[in-house]
Design a protein around this ligand. Structure first.
Ligand SMILES: [Zn+2]
Length: 158
């Protein structure tokens, strides 16, 4: 899922938590939790397009397990509005990705399943056509053509 829908969904989740808890900081916290996990793509882009190694896809900050851990922490240990906001924001991130990517499989967004498979991309539906960078290109406000040309030059020979 791209930057804009991630931002919109997490803003809505933060607004909902603000309405429930009365804590306005819920909105920026939910946005941070709903958007920032995507910085892990930079590691994967580095491996695939700079090192030109398409065997792996790590997605280290993407995992339903993290959502579950946050939920457990909130329900059993720490009923703070900021944690609820973070959980709600992260839920929009992981669910948004799971349900918007056609290539997503049951194990695509389970970090333990990916780890067990050695983070090898084909085992969790990763990379597909090799043009996964298009999400990044479409998320930046300027320089799209230059960025596209750079990535195209970095594609492995076919
Ligand atoms: Zn994501």
């Amino acid at each position: 899922m791209k930057l804009l829908p991630h931002t919109a969904l997490s803003t809505a989740a933060g607004g909902l938590v603000w309405a429930i808890t009365g804590e306005p900081a819920s909105v920026p916290i939910a946005i941070a939790a709903g958007v920032l996990p995507d910085v892990d793509h930079l590691v994967d882009y580095y491996v695939k397009y700079v090192r030109r190694d398409g065997r792996f896809q790590f997605l280290l900050l993407h995992g339903w397990e993290y959502l579950l851990a946050g939920l457990i922490a909130y329900v059993f240990f720490l009923q703070e509005p900021w944690l609820l906001a973070a959980v709600a924001g992260y839920a929009t991130q992981i669910a948004g990705d799971q349900f918007s990517h056609d290539r997503a499989r049951w194990n695509t967004y389970l970090v333990t399943a990916r780890a067990i498979n050695g983070f090898r991309a084909p085992r969790h539906g990763g990379w597909g056509s090799g043009r996964a960078y298009q999400s990044l290109v479409e998320s930046v406000p300027f320089g799209r053509e230059a960025l596209t040309r750079w990535f195209e030059r970095r594609l492995p020979e076919e």
